[in-house]
Each structure stands twice: as C-alpha cells, then as structure tokens.
Design a protein around this ligand. Sequence first.
Ligand code: ADP
Length: 302
Amino acid sequence: MTLMSVEQLTKTYQSTNVVDNISFTLEPGKCVALLGPNGAGKTTTLRMLAGFIKPTSGTINFSEENFKKDVRNYVGYLPQFPVFHNWMTGEEFLIYVGQLSHLSKQEAKARAHELLELVNLIDARKQRISKYSGGMKQRLGIAQALIHHPKLIILDEPVSALDPIGRREVLNLIRELKKDATILFSTHILNDAEEISEEILLLHHGKMIKQGSIEEVSDSQDTVSIRLAFSEEPKFIEERLKEIDSVFKVVRQEHGFIITVHDLNAARNQLLDTIKNEDWQLTKFEVAKSSLEDIFMKAVTE
Ligand code: ADP
C-alpha cells in the first residue's frame, strides 16, 4: 500500500525548474531522507507536499479517501526555521496551535499534554519558549507538527542547526515517531540519513538522481568501490589508476586507495590486468559497498 504518490512534480521559478519532473512514492511506516546539496530543491519539494505552495505541474496523491479536502489535514510540517511566539510557554503554544487546528480548548489542552510528554518537554512546559535551547525548540516544533495526528510528518532539516546534544535528542525522537507515522525529512548530513531512515531520495539541481532503500542504493553496481593496497607503493600509481576507463575517482587512504568505479565488472578486469602487467605487489583487493557519503559525492560531482 502506498501512502503518497508523487508524479512528475515540477516547480518553476523565473523559467528555471528548481524541482524538475520528480516521481516517487512514500510507503506507510517508513522513514525517508530527502538528501541533496544546498539549492537542490529539497525545501521547495517539501513545501509542495505539505500544501504550502502549488506545483507548476505534476501530481501529489494521498491514499486517504478524503484527501481532496485539504492535504494539511493529513500532513504535519516542521519548517527549516520555525517561528514561535517566544513570550508563550511551551504548553501555551501547543494549546494555541491545537485551537488553530479546530480542537476545543479542552481537547487542545489534553493533546498538548500528550505531546509534551512525547517530546520530553513536560517538565519545561511552564517555561517561556525564549528560554528553550535549540534542541528543545526543535522538539516543540515537532510537537506542533503532530498536533492533529498527521499520517505523514514532513521535517525540513530538523537537526542541521543543532549542537550534538540537541541533535541526538531530536534523532531519538524521530526514531520514536517512526513507530506510528511515515516520516519524510530533509538533511544534508548523511550520517543522520544513514542512522534513522530506511530509504533515500537524492536530489541534485531539482532532479531525482537516486532513490531507493539504503541497501539498494549502496548495493547497486555503480556505487560500489574497490579498495586496493600494495606491499610497496608503485611509482605514479595514482595517475595510472586514474587513466583506467572504468575508474571514476581515486582517493588515497593511509594504507592504499579507495576507487569508485563506473562499472564494477569492467573495473575489476581492467584493474587486475594492469596490476598483473605491471607486476605491482598487491596485498589487498576488496569490493566494498559505498557509504552514503561516497554515493552522494559521486552523484553530485558527475
Ligand atoms: P534546498 O532546500 O535543497 O536548499 P530550495 O528548495 O530551498 O533548495 O531551493 C532550490 C532553488 O530554488 C534555489 O536555487 C533557490 O534559490 C530557488 N528558489 C526557492 N524558492 C524560490 C522562490 N520563491 N523564488 C525564486 N527562486 C526560489
């Protein structure tokens, strides 16, 4: 079953497609990371999915029957730079947001309490938001996004601006939320994506250049790398390796090289031929999955 399907979504500003014909589906209960360098189109995509801006073309369909009424009934959204009424306490703010979502004062109060417990702000509920740390504000922002029990939670760079403690708190919270809802969050911190998401969508210049589960993306032919080591480093080896057709990039490491390739079979054969012909003293030849960072760097520099 699919929760949301997005087809050929495009947003054009001043005749530039900042989101360019992207398609993907979101399955219920998954945590999906939207990756891409600055300016890739992540925020624009998330704002379209959350119903804040209209696509230039393409469709966004929610499986929910009543979806046509208003997508915002089903989606909770945390913007990259959330704005709070800093003079309010965390509790007052959530009650206020609850009432904006058409809950009665009584219901809003009960929901605010539930959420303050969930995001671990119950002890700080009577403090003014101006006194909250970055991590606390971000957790309050997530609570705000959850007020109306959304099926899909969209978080725009939820941890990028936080210190390591705040970041850890928010990542732990996202891990909790995964149990009950589908989460789509953008980040340019690849470790975070690797740590908490099952799937990735990789945007570059508005285009979707990779998508799938982390395993699929790391296993695919074009994202594996070959690790080489030699008992004695041959002369000009780095230059020689770079001359091989199927080699994409050569990175020197303390004990050898990591080689990203265009085509694994071709690279394996060409490398082994060269090593044999040159009589290089090989001590290690290992085909390894690429890290998300290798995949990302390869994809955005190609
Ligand atoms: P990301 O979130 O990946 O950093 P954005 O979606 O914020 O990327 O922006 C993608 C591109 O669209 C950028 O080049 C940005 O300058 C441009 N852009 C975003 N919003 C607007 C707008 N309202 N008008 C014109 N250009 C915009």
